[in-house]
Ligand binder design. Structure first.
Ligand SMILES: O=C(O)CCC(=O)C(=O)O
Length: 279
């Protein structure tokens, strides 16, 4: 990570890394999506959360399971999770031994709804944080958004409030819903093969998709080696697990995400209690 990239990441909470994937890798990743296109699940317009400016005619598409796809379709995605051009960035931000938290593909067709602006560093979240200490950046969940189709200015798609990964106040609902101060939100253009690297506590979401071609973005989530919101694989409880009380079980359970936003009453009111139902 160059000094310029470090400066921009620290100030804005994201950077664009150009030409990470080769043309052949972009072609292979898109061919695999074409092959599994029937598995794209179109969401029921549930991401705009009532926003009149993020609303769309159709939902966003979600596609997963790429690491288990048949060969050769899985190959390019398996290469992506530990891509030699990206590993140095992840080591800089997350430290050695960073771990994969999950991955998925986002598709948006023309008219697809946006995504309300979520995260934003307040309330402070133990696994989704950002700190600068003694000359180094320390990130919680950090994402690689690999673009598989071009995103031009005004197309919509990923957008964020630069610098909000360091905010000290909770973001008002009207800004989260893109009803006011829209000029503070940055939509991020990038070409197929480029990567948007961003820390999850940056307030981010997406704007409705306006381009004729389909948006295709692979979101790959990582965290530091000592943090685990989720496991890639199965957790096997110890043999004596069933003999324990539920309180005892809860302290040796598998890692899982605890949504700190649950404490923010304005966000609760915005989204409704159902959104925060956790197991
Ligand atoms: O790129 C997008 O559409 C939004 C992604 C997002 O909100 C997320 O990764 O949490």
């Amino acid at each position: 990570m160059t000094e310029t990239e470090k400066y921009l990441f620290d100030v804005h909470g994201y950077i664009v890394i150009e030409e990470v994937l080769s043309t052949n890798e972009v072609v292979a990743a898109n061919a695999a999506i074409d092959h599994y296109a029937s598995q794209i699940s179109i969401r029921p317009n549930d991401l705009a959360h009532g926003s009149s400016t993020l609303v769309g005619e159709t939902g966003r598409g979600d596609l997963g399971g790429m690491l288990t796809w048949d060969k050769p379709y899985c190959d390019v995605y398996r290469q992506m999770i530990a891509h030699p051009k990206l590993t140095p960035y992840l080591e800089e931000l997350l430290g050695p031994g960073f771990r994969l938290e999950g991955l998925g593909i986002i598709t948006m067709d023309k008219g697809a709804e946006g995504f309300w602006f979520h995260e934003g560093a307040e309330p402070y979240d133990r696994s989704r944080n950002y700190l600068y200490r003694n000359g180094k950046m320390y990130c919680g969940m950090t994402n690689i958004a690999v673009q598989l189709t071009d995103v031009e200015e005004g197309d919509g798609g990923f957008a964020c409030l630069p610098g909000s990964h360091k905010s000290n106040f909770s973001c008002p609902g009207e800004i989260r819903l893109y009803h006011t101060h829209q000029n503070r939100i940055a939509q991020i253009p990038a070409q197929a093969g480029d990567v948007v690297l961003f820390v999850e506590c940056l307030m981010h979401g997406s704007l409705p998709w306006t381009a004729d071609h389909q948006r295709r973005t692979v979101i790959i989530r990582y965290n530091s080696g000592v943090v685990a919101e989720s496991l890639m694989g199965n957790y096997t409880p110890p043999a004596f697990y069933n003999e324990l009380t539920s309180e005892q079980q809860s302290v040796i359970s598998q890692p899982s995400y605890r949504n700190e936003l649950v404490k923010d009453q304005e966000v609760r009111d915005l989204l409704g209690d159902d959104f925060f139902d956790e197991d």
